[in-house]
Design a protein around this ligand. Structure first.
Ligand code: FES
Length: 661
């Protein structure tokens, strides 16, 4: 049995090779005359290191210098050693040019051309050698325009296994392909397809899915839906928002209805920008995105639309504070047209691309572009029309859990047992990410005797007089304070863009700095909460705390996540517990306002590696509370934060390379 391996290059070109049952990916590539980066071919140098985006394989033999344990856990692989045990998608960290390969040409014959609507054609072709063209759902090919020397890029609208391949093509008056389809195209015409191309394709996942399609950007979404239907996808919430400019652009509604019966859990909405529409929803795609569609940050978003639509959706999510798990998008730019056509009206230059028009606000771009007399920018918030989806309300604070009644005496904090040494957590293996900067517990200053809890001066007692603030030195003018602007504030997401000719695909994920900031903030709050709760948890509370630790730990095995999503939920409960125990609503709300859980939901669902210290630290923190050791608890919370950040960084690194390839 052989397996199909998609080699996805940095420039958007994808080549497929067949791998025999004992064949390495490198050998199969070599046989296909694709020169992926190689040197030792022995698992020793790491030159071939790549990222396996989906599928299963036997990693083979190699040394740690070539591929560390962390890298392997994060999905990296060595093609010179790896033998597939399923179909794979491998991101090769070089361009197709360097690999001395190119997108393959596939001769084809037109079998049908249908005018689906006033502004849209369906073109169907049969390849001379269908088996020679494999593609991933969402990808596109370049198609030659008969009678011209031009090509256009179109996404497949059929599934990856379809015998005949179809494309959804927008009609743009004067466009080379549009005029060919409208006036000259006939069954039997010969075309040439080159590809497949693009990094906008459906990733292997079971997370909820939100699909957003603008105009003929519906094409790759149809390919994705067909693939999901054929695979028998069940139990995965899938929602599509399909937007067009006018009723006359609406196509394939029957097909979309059919998918709701073939894909359990799928729903879809149509929105038409024209206020005169006969359809129920008038407005913009952004207006129909609700927090429910994002499933508390666990949903994957795939968006194919014109550039203003992509920007509008991104702006909308940011403005509403809606977190996304993985955001994949594709937009076509004017560069998709040859130079002579770029000078022509935008309608000709870009609007007939198979995905979406790039800069043609009067066509698909009106989905999101508002062009009032004042001329607001397409991407400006003012252009987003009714894009004010409600923000997910904070969860209810729930019952206040207090460990003592008002007026009860505060129990004294037990002294640290003599000779207690906090257990030494394992050395974090991702040294590259987390140099050992974990400070030990600061020694208590000589001579300092901490006050006994409960013996602080009573409220109203006269405070010690404070020294006056020194006068400003003569002639000194403090530097002007520059307020941060939206542009200088750290963006909470990172973006990786892959560009082919005229096509821009991208992925958006949270940044490492944003993630680190959330965990540091949680640590700061937790250190304060230790002060308020240490020694004050009764036996029942301590049992509950341990139970929550064990509940979170069950989703980790050593340094492997068994179920990162369930871990994130259980871990959130564990960390929230002490805040609830304070009985201090302000602190509890401060914790809940942190985005730790959302960031974890954004990053961890694909993660495999987790710091092996996380599990013991959860239990040791509980131990510290049981023994009343405040210093140990504080120390462990600091270490735990470092290991949590390392886990997140490793997961984000994996996303980063995946996006970059
Ligand atoms: Fe050296 Fe693969 S080529 S490790």
């Amino acid at each position: 049995m052989s397996f199909k391996v998609a080699l996805s290059f940095e420039d958007g070109v994808t080549r497929f090779v067949n791998c025999g049952p004992t064949e390495t990916v490198a050998d199969a590539s070599y046989k296909a005359r694709i020169n992926i980066p190689l040197d030792c071919r022995d698992g020793a140098c790491g030159t071939c290191k790549s990222l396996c985006e989906s599928g299963e394989f036997d990693g083979g033999d190699y040394i740690d210098d070539a591929l560390t344990e962390d890298e392997a856990a994060a999905g990296f692989c060595l093609p010179c050693q790896m033998v597939p045990t399923s179909d794979l998608v491998v991101q090769i960290p070089t361009t197709s040019d360097v690999a001395k390969t190119t997108a393959a040409a596939h001769p084809a014959t037109v079998t049908a051309v249908d005018r689906l609507a006033e502004g849209a054609f369906a073109l169907t072709v049969e390849l001379d050698d269908r088996a020679a063209l494999a593609f991933l759902p969402g990808q596109y090919v370049n198609i030659s325009v008969p009678g011209t020397d031009q090509t256009r890029s179109y996404s497949f609208s059929t599934g990856a296994d379809a015998a005949r391949l179809s494309f959804l093509i927008k009609y743009a008056e004067g466009g080379a392909m549009s005029e060919y389809l409208a006036q000259r195209c006939a069954v039997g015409d010969r075309l040439e397809l080159t590809g497949p191309m693009g990094s906008f394709f459906l990733r292997e996942s079971t997370r909820p899915l939100l699909l957003l399609a603008g105009g003929t950007g519906l094409a790759p979404v149809l390919s994705i839906l067909e693939t999901l239907a054929t695979a028998g996808t069940t139990g995965r919430p899938i929602h599509l928002v399909y937007g067009t400019s006018f009723d006359t652009d609406v196509v394939y509604t029957d097909l979309l209805d059919e998918y709701t019966t073939r894909i359990p859990g799928m729903t879809w909405d149509l929105v038409v920008a024209d206020p005169e529409t006969v359809h129920p929803n008038s407005g913009y795609v952004t207006g129909l995105i609700t927090p429910d569609h994002l499933h508390h940050g666990t949903a994957d978003i795939y968006l194919c639309g014109p550039p203003p639509m992509v920007e509008a959706v991104r702006g909308h999510l940011d403005a509403e504070g809606l977190e996304v798990t993985h955001f994949y998008y594709e937009k076509f730019t004017p560069a998709s047209a040859p130079a002579d056509e770029q000078d022509a009206p935008a309608k000709v230059a870009a609007s007939e691309t198979g995905v979406v028009p790039a800069d043609e606000p009067e066509v698909d771009a009106v989905l999101v572009v508002d062009t009032p007399a004042g001329g607001s920018s397409p991407a400006a918030p003012a252009a987003l029309a009714p894009a004010t989806a409600p923000v997910t309300p904070l969860p209810s604070a729930g019952a206040r859990l207090v460990s003592r009644l008002p007026g009860d005496p505060i129990p004294s904090i037990e002294a640290r047992p003599r000779g207690y040494t906090p257990p030494a957590p394992g050395t974090h293996p991702a040294a590259a990410h987390t140099p050992d900067t974990l400070a030990g517990i600061a020694a208590r200053p000589d001579g300092h005797t901490p006050p006994v809890p409960g013996l602080f001066p009573a409220a109203g007692a006269v405070a010690e007089p404070r020294a006056p603030i020194a006068a400003r030195p003569d002639g000194y003018t403090p530097p002007q304070v520059t307020r941060p602007t939206a542009a200088t504030l750290a963006t909470p997401r990172s973006e990786t863009i892959t560009s082919g000719p005229g096509v821009v695909s991208g992925e958006i994920h949270p940044t490492i700095s944003h993630s680190d900031a959330q965990f540091d903030a949680r640590m700061a709050l937790e250190l304060g909460v230790v002060e308020l709760t240490m020694g004050r948890l009764d036996r029942a509370r301590l049992s509950e705390f341990r139970m929550l630790a064990e509940s979170a730990n069950q989703y980790i095995d050593g340094d492997r996540f068994l179920d990162p999503e369930k871990f994130t939920a259980a871990n959130s409960q564990f960390h929230e517990f002490l805040f609830r125990c304070t009985g201090n609503d302000a602190l509890l709300q401060a914790y809940r306002l942190l985005e730790v859980t959302q960031v974890m939901n954004s990053v961890l669902p694909d993660a495999r590696w987790v710091s092996q210290d996380i599990v013991p630290e959860h239990l040791e923190i509980v131990d510290a509370f049981e023994t009343g050791d405040r210093d140990a608890a504080s120390y462990l919370i600091r270490r735990h934060t470092a290991h949590a950040k390392a886990t997140m960084r490793t997961a984000m690194d994996r996303q980063g390379l995946g996006a970059a390839s």
